[in-house]
Design a protein around this ligand. Structure first.
Ligand code: SIN
Ligand code: FE2
Length: 218
């Protein structure tokens, strides 16, 4: 068993693997040993491609601020959702994906049963209290053979994890600092979302939640 290899040195709690579906897992605390390397790497990315609020095709400004790193970045504007190699804000390629991001994605995917995952896209979402992401499927990627690896940092959130049909009632799963959710295979197209973040102050990140989602876009 790999469980206690990922003990959190602060609490001595072993990481827990919780099944959310046949091929969906919540890896409780999995990212905690990575956080000290991860946060400076993300700050460096955001100095080059800052967080910004994008507009949906329907004309609404998203409550979540976002940026990307890697070969491809997820973007939204009035003409649709897509992956772009160029940051529309800077006119330059997205910053390279830091090694720590790639390694964390690979390790978490492997722990969830998806070996040799090599992401080429990392979406960085920032939530302040009240921000949310409504139920959606991740389906802008070219090939659904690869899993989604999603890391939670900062303030807690309630993750809605539904079925492959929009009308299926979603599970509500608390996501805490250091948790990683991984879904793929038969669960790759399950609907998911984040309920409005509650007010709070996280000891490391203050009044915000950061989510990074690693995918293979192309
Ligand atoms: C998303 O599905 O884009 C966001 C998921 C999250 O913030 O945990
Ligand atoms: Fe998503």
């Amino acid at each position: 068993m790999t469980l206690d290899l990922f003990a959190d040195s602060d609490t001595e709690q072993p990481a827990q693997r919780i099944a959310l579906g046949a091929q969906s897992w919540l890896l409780r605390g999995f990212a905690l040993p990575w956080v000290d390397n991860l946060l400076p790497a993300l700050r460096q990315v955001l100095r080059q491609s800052p967080l910004r609020h994008m507009v949906t095709p329907g004309g609404f400004t998203m409550s979540v601020a976002l940026s990307n790193c890697g070969d491809w970045g997820w973007t939204s504007d009035r003409s649709g959702y897509r992956y772009s190699a160029i940051d529309p804000r800077t006119g330059r390629p997205w910053p390279p994906m830091p090694d720590v991001v790639r390694a964390l994605a690979r390790a978490a995917a492997s722990d969830a049963g998806f070996d040799d995952f090599i992401p080429d896209a990392c979406l960085i979402n920032r939530y302040v209290p009240g921000a949310r992401v409504s139920l959606h499927q991740d389906k802008n990627e070219a090939d659904f053979a690869y899993p989604i690896v999603s890391v939670s940092l900062g303030l807690p959130a309630v993750f809605q994890f539904g079925g492959t049909e929009r009308n299926e009632r979603p599970q509500r799963v608390p996501l805490l600092h250091g948790d990683v959710a991984v879904w793929g295979g038969v669960d790759r197209l399950r609907y998911h979302g984040i309920l409005p973040i509650k007010e709070g102050l996280h000891p490391v990140l203050g009044a915000q939640r950061i989510n990074i989602t690693m995918r293979k876009a192309h």
